[in-house]
Structures are given as structure tokens and as C-alpha cells.
Design a protein around this ligand. Structure first.
Ligand code: ZN
Length: 433
């Protein structure tokens, strides 16, 4: 599988992920509604997706599936009939989940429903009002400040009706029922990094796993933030024990980070694996402890579940100025960052797939490698010297207690080299499981 990984790094995976990101970018999504269905249709053109619709009013733990929101059009016209804010230009202009409205308002009333960022006067902020009935428009502060006294016609042609919450799942069967959960949120409208990038990356990851033999079963979940994760957990409570490792993924196309946030357990295998992979990734990465604020790790790591699920992204959410604004567009993300994020995640999965505990068959003193032709066997390999060191580390620590990842950490060598050395030693009969 390592060979595959190296090949993939060069074969345009970044461009493929970027292309799907750009394809789904224009869709107006929310926690419910047709935008989620349409996005899942695009994903389904690459991988098989089971689409689940959970009706409005269904109780999921302490929450209730809300009414389904859809919007067709929205605008603000000034006194001369000129459209000064138009949903057709950007779906961020509508306060997400706005109730329908069609009326003439004073400037004073209009301003009570305008959302802007004084510190970033040229961008449109992304705002939602899921659980409090409201209507509103998100606009550049410069526009809001330029409005004159007078009357304005506001129209939001939206509907809030009984419908469903929608999420999609794709499962790649491994030789074991033990699962790796990979999940990302599908509820944000036209924001490229947060989170068209996450949706596109996981889609292409699933696509490339197709036909590969894996040890773990992989569950890919495309669900609306918070309520989607809560719904999935409520409907799958009896099977979450199968989840051995998990990652929440979002914002993987910007050049920041990379950032990994540990699971609530703090020392789960996925936490060790991500720390190891990031240390050897060549990036200046940041590792954060768990906190009950952020993405859906909050639900997976709630105390009643406490699953070994961490969160991966590039720049930290909320800390880059483009975050949750119209500046998070397709120019903000780059194929090479998508490729690097993909490689980090893929490498972490390779570690999980390949981590084992071996025992040396000759634990008393070093086995004589020369007479077995082992030095010659690796003499011509590119990383021959590291592999020689790796063999010594593996032979010494293959005591049934240390995993290959433990040995990689102890030796400060990348897991791939330790694993490769272990495979060679196994072939030569110097290790057993
Ligand atoms: Zn977000």
C-alpha cells in the first residue's frame, strides 16, 4: 500500500479533489433541504452512497429534527426598484434558515436584519438562525453603511415545512468488522474550504479505496453539522462499539496548519497516529487537546460515547480571516494543499492498517543479519541505512508489548520504514506474531 501512496501523491489527486470542490461550491446547502440532496447526488457520481432521510419531528437524544428549509430567491430592492442585495449573486446573502418574508421596510427595520463585519467591510459573512425564527441578509459592511434613508422591499422566498434531515453514508468493507469512521459536515453553503473541500476529499478517498483489501471497514459519513452527527449517533447507538478509530475532517484546502485536535480520551491510537504522521509530514503542524467546542467531535466525544475520534483540518477554524465569509472561495484553496491533506490522512490510515505487535524469534542477543543475507537484501534500497537502523530497533523491541508505531516513535523513524523493516524480518523468519 505504501507504493500506492507515493504514486498517488504525484498523480493529480489534488486536482481531482479541487474539481469536485468547485462542482459543489455553488450549491446552497443548510442543515436540511434540497441542497444536501443535490450535493449527495454529485458525491454519488463517484461512490455508492446510502441516503438516509429522517423525518421532521423525530427525537434524537435531546434534539428534534427541525422543519426542512428551502430557498428559491431572496433580494433587497431600494426605493428605485434596484436590487442592492441578491441571493442569485451569492447564497451567503441570506441568513441561513430565514423564515419567508415579503414586505416593505424602513431603513431602520432593514438594518435590524442586516449582518456585516465592520472589521472586514468587503466580505459577506456566513450566518445561520437554525433554532430561532428570524429573517435576515448578510452583506458587506461597506454596503450596509452606504444605505440612505427611505423604504426598501425585502423578499425571501423560502419555505419551512415538514420534511427530513438527510445524510449520506458509504461503507468500504474490510476483512474485520472493526471500523474507522471518517466524517465531514455537509451543511455549509458556498464556502470552499469549510467545507466543500472536506466533502470532496473524503469522496475521493473512498473512491480510491474501492477494490483495495483493507483490514478495517471504513465508514464515510456526510452529515449536517451537530444535528446530523447527533441523528447518526441516535440511530446507530448499538453499533458504535465497532468504531475503533475516527476522524472528523473539515477545511482541508487552505495552506494553514495542519491542525489535529485530539480525541477526548487524549491517548487513543488515532491520537498517537496523527501525532506521528504530522511530525514526519514536513509541515509545521499544531496539535490541540480536546475541547467541547468545534465540529462534530463534540458529539462523538460526548461523555456517553467518548469515542476515539479526533479532528483534522488545516488552518484552525475561526482563526483565519476568510473563515465563514465570502472570502472562503475557490481562490482561497489550492490543489496542492488538498493533496497534502489527503496524503496526511491517507498516511494515517496506512499506519492504522499496518500497526502490529511482533515478537522476535531470537530474543537472546542480536541475530546475525549478515549470514542471512539481510544486509545485502537492503543494500541497494534508497533508504537502506534507515532500514538497517529500523531492523535493529524492530528486533530489539519486538517483544510482544511494543507495537510497530511504538517502535517508530521510540526510534524517531517514520512508521513506513519500521513497517517495511518488520516485513523483511518476518519474511526471513526473525519475527512472529
Ligand atoms: Zn463552519
Amino acid at each position: 500500500m505504501y507504493q500506492d501512496l507515493r504514486a498517488e501523491a504525484e498523480d493529480g489527486i489534488g486536482a481531482e479533489i479541487f474539481a469536485l470542490t468547485a462542482e459543489i461550491f455553488p450549491i446552497c446547502r443548510s442543515i436540511t433541504g434540497d441542497g444536501v440532496r443535490e450535493t449527495l447526488r454529485h458525491i454519488s457520481s463517484h461512490i455508492d452512497v446510502d441516503i438516509h432521510e429522517v423525518p421532521t419531528g423525530t427525537n434524537v437524544f435531546d434534539w428534534t429534527i427541525p422543519r426542512e428549509w428551502n430557498v428559491r430567491d431572496a433580494y433587497v430592492c431600494d426605493g428605485s426598484g434596484r436590487k442592492i442585495v441578491d441571493f442569485a449573486a451569492s447564497n451567503l446573502h441570506v441568513l441561513n434558515y430565514s423564515i419567508p418574508v415579503r414586505k416593505r421596510v424602513s431603513l431602520r427595520e432593514l438594518k435590524q436584519h442586516l449582518y456585516s463585519l465592520p472589521e472586514q467591510p468587503d466580505v459577506i459573512p456566513y450566518r445561520t438562525s437554525y433554532y430561532a425564527e428570524n429573517w435576515g441578509f448578510c452583506v458587506p459592511h461597506r454596503l450596509s453603511e452606504s444605505l440612505r434613508e427611505g423604504f426598501y422591499d425585502v423578499v425571501i422566498d423560502s419555505t419551512l415545512k415538514d420534511g427530513a434531515l438527510i445524510y449520506g453514508e458509504h461503507v468500504h468493507k474490510g476483512s474485520s468488522d472493526d471500523e474507522i469512521l471518517l466524517t465531514t459536515h455537509i451543511c455549509h453553503p458556498s464556502l470552499a474550504n469549510d467545507n466543500c473541500s472536506g466533502l470532496a476529499l473524503l469522496t475521493h478517498l473512498a473512491k480510491r479505496l474501492k477494490g483495495k483489501n483493507t483490514r478495517y471497514t471504513y465508514r464515510f459519513l456526510f452529515a449536517p453539522g451537530t444535528i446530523g452527527a447527533i441523528t447518526w449517533l441516535a440511530r446507530n447507538e448499538d453499533r458504535v462499539a465497532l468504531i475503533k478509530h475516527g476522524l472528523v475532517i473539515s477545511g482541508v484546502g487552505d495552506g494553514g496548519g495542519p491542525t489535529y485536535k485530539r480525541s477526548r480520551r487524549g491517548n487513543a491510537e488515532i491520537d498517537q497516529v496523527m501525532a506521528h504522521v504530522l511530525k514526519h509530514s514536513g509541515h509545521d503542524s499544531t496539535i490541540l487537546d480536546f475541547s467541547p467546542y468545534g465540529y462534530d467531535e463534540r458529539q462523538y466525544c460526548s461523555p456517553g460515547f467518548n469515542l476515539p475520534v479526533g479532528m483534522f483540518q488545516r488552518g484552525q477554524y475561526g482563526k483565519y480571516p476568510e473563515y465563514h465569509t465570502s472570502a472562503d472561495d475557490l481562490d482561497f484553496i489550492r490543489p496542492q494543499h488538498l493533496r497534502d491533506s489527503y496524503t496526511i490522512i491517507r498516511t494515517a490510515l496506512e499506519v492504522l492498517e499496518g500497526d502490529r505487535r511482533f515478537q522476535s524469534t531470537l530474543p537472546k542477543c542480536e541475530p546475525q543479519l549478515g549470514k542471512r543475507g539481510l544486509y545485502a537484501a537492503i543494500g541497494n534500497e534508497k533508504d537502506g541505512d534507515s532500514k538497517k537502523m529500523a531492523m535493529l530497533w524492530v528486533l530489539n523491541y519486538a517483544d510482544g508489548k511494543h507495537s510497530l508505531l511504538d517502535i517508530a516513535e521510540r526510534s524517531d523513524l517514520p512508521f513506513a520504514i519500521i513497517r517495511s523493516a518488520a516485513e523483511t524480518l518476518f519474511e526471513y523468519g526473525l519475527l512472529h506474531v
